[in-house]
Write a new protein. Structure first.
Length: 185
């Protein structure tokens, strides 16, 4: 059963990765870097500050920093434990896929997916009461994490697992923030 899942995961990866085109490689290399998302983060920070005030916003920043640290370290623990090769290093498929970027670290699970989903869930849970279209925030982790498949760095299950773990951590951190900072039952 597990081998079948791995096989299907590789097939889906080969398909999704194969949709890429050399003319878009530069765009996807930009998309995968957090720094290029700074304008979006500034807008989200402004919206948060505007609705929750300076003190709660600064605490939001602290919570977000700890959230990212927790997601990163959890991803590193999983990577060290499972030691799954990245697609770009997988002997079975590396000669048939598009490798735009490579890495020598392990693949399972994606820290990019976990961090982007965790921070999005955390921000969404706060903003949804103020903005009816706050769900648009979820475009960020979808595009950001897909870039990892496009570049040849993560399998779909790496991304999906990162989304699940990141989403769970984002929700837990929101509940803690809600209870201790916003003091809303």
């Amino acid at each position: 059963m597990f081998e079948k899942i791995i096989h299907l995961d590789k097939q889906l990866f080969v398909y999704l990765n194969g949709l890429g085109s050399e003319s878009f490689d530069g765009l996807w290399l930009m998309i995968t870097k957090q720094a290029y998302w700074s304008p979006l983060f500034v807008v989200i920070f402004y919206l948060l500050y505007k609705k929750i005030g300076w003190k709660n916003f600064l605490l939001y920043i602290v919570f977000t920093a700890v959230l990212i640290l927790v997601c990163d370290q959890t991803a590193n623990l999983f990577k060290d434990h499972f030691q799954r090769l990245r697609p770009c290093n997988d002997e079975e498929i590396k000669n048939i896929i598009r490798i735009v970027k490579s890495s020598d670290t392990f693949s399972f699970f994606s820290g990019h997916a976990a961090n982007s989903m965790a921070t999005t869930v955390f921000a969404f849970m706060i903003l949804k009461r103020y903005y009816q279209h706050a769900y648009w925030l979820f475009l960020f982790p979808l595009v950001f994490a897909y870039s990892r498949i496009y570049l040849g760095l993560h399998f779909p299950t790496d991304i999906l697992t990162g989304y699940i773990i990141g989403g769970a951590f984002g929700f837990i951190f929101y509940k803690l923030y809600q209870k201790y900072i916003l003091k809303v039952a």
